[in-house]
Design a protein around this ligand. Structure first.
Ligand code: 48F
Length: 261
């Protein structure tokens, strides 16, 4: 028998491994929309509890708004009370005075991604969440398609991943919550019963409200990070990330409690 060619072996290995990974995760405990800082912290915490967790990230590179720091100066700020989360990911922080610290944005983004993966969460990148599955008033899964399919406006039907809980970590647009309210007509736990909309820059308030606004919105659906602020009418806060990290930790705790983990 002739030896298989290297090209056939490599291609076969990738295809088999990818499809095994995907098949294993078509039925999830927790599906997270978006691999920003809040989603990555939540994914790691939940995976460490033994839950089956996957993040669906529309961009090629996970990490959300971390990479660019402030205005492409690739440093971000965090507050002292978020240092334990950074330390748990092995990300370094330097004191900047008055209880503030700075991190290299590239180290933070890559550290959060690596930490989530090592804990057992799976990131499906270049996959866009384009709809939700809703059953009897409960968000029960994500409708997903390749990002290039959406970008090229190809008329291709999506596939569905079911989940016991969905976290919207999609950042400023809170895309999953928008699908739940506008398309599925679900009433959510917010002042208006729908999406209130993000308020302008106010770092101090925004940092607090991000954590306060992190909550269960309706059966099966939670929001974290800037998505939570957009839903509840919180302030934006720019390149300070303590609130995002703490929001990820909080939403993981809420989901774990509901799922009994
Ligand atoms: O916005 P993002 O970084 O999420 P976050 O955890 O953090 C916000 C901060 O980065 C920053 C800030 C800090 O003070 O204000 O904005 O709230 O990351 C959200 C991720 O979700 C992806 C998007 O590409 C990004 O990486 N995303 C958005 N919509 C979808 C999505 C979608 N429909 N399907 C899949 N991924």
């Amino acid at each position: 028998m002739t030896q298989p060619q290297m090209e056939a072996q490599i291609t076969g290995a990738i295809v088999r491994r990818y499809f095994a990974k995907l098949q294993e995760r078509l039925t999830l405990d927790v599906a997270i929309v978006g691999a920003g800082p809040s989603g990555l912290v939540a994914a790691r915490d939940l995976a460490r509890l033994g839950l089956k967790v996957a993040i669906f990230e529309s961009k090629l590179a996970p990490g959300g708004g971390v990479w660019g720091g402030g205005m492409l100066f690739n440093e971000v700020a965090v507050q002292e009370d978020a240092l334990p989360i950074l330390e748990s990911f092995g990300v370094a922080a330097l004191p900047a005075g008055d209880g503030y610290y700075t991190c290299d944005a590239v180290e933070l983004a890559s550290g959060l991604i690596f930490g989530a993966c090592r804990a057992g969460a799976t990131i499906f990148n270049a996959v866009k969440v384009e709809d939700l599955m809703v059953r009897e008033g409960r968000v029960a899964g994500l409708v997903v398609n390749w990002t290039p399919v959406a970008r090229l406006e190809m008329h291709v039907d999506p596939l569905v991943v079911t989940a016991r809980a969905v976290i919207d970590g999609s950042g400023h647009p809170s895309e999953a919550v928008a699908m739940a309210t506008r398309k599925a007509g679900l009433r959510i736990d917010s002042p208006s019963g729908g999406i209130v909309g993000e308020k302008p820059m106010w770092m101090e308030l925004g940092e607090h409200t991000t954590v306060e606004n992190t909550k269960r919105l309706c059966p099966g659906l939670y929001a974290s990070g800037m998505a939570a602020n957009n839903v509840q009418g919180g302030y934006r806060m720019g390149p300070i990330f303590g609130g995002m990290l703490k929001s990820g930790r909080k939403v993981a705790g809420l989901v774990a409690q509901e799922l009994g983990s």
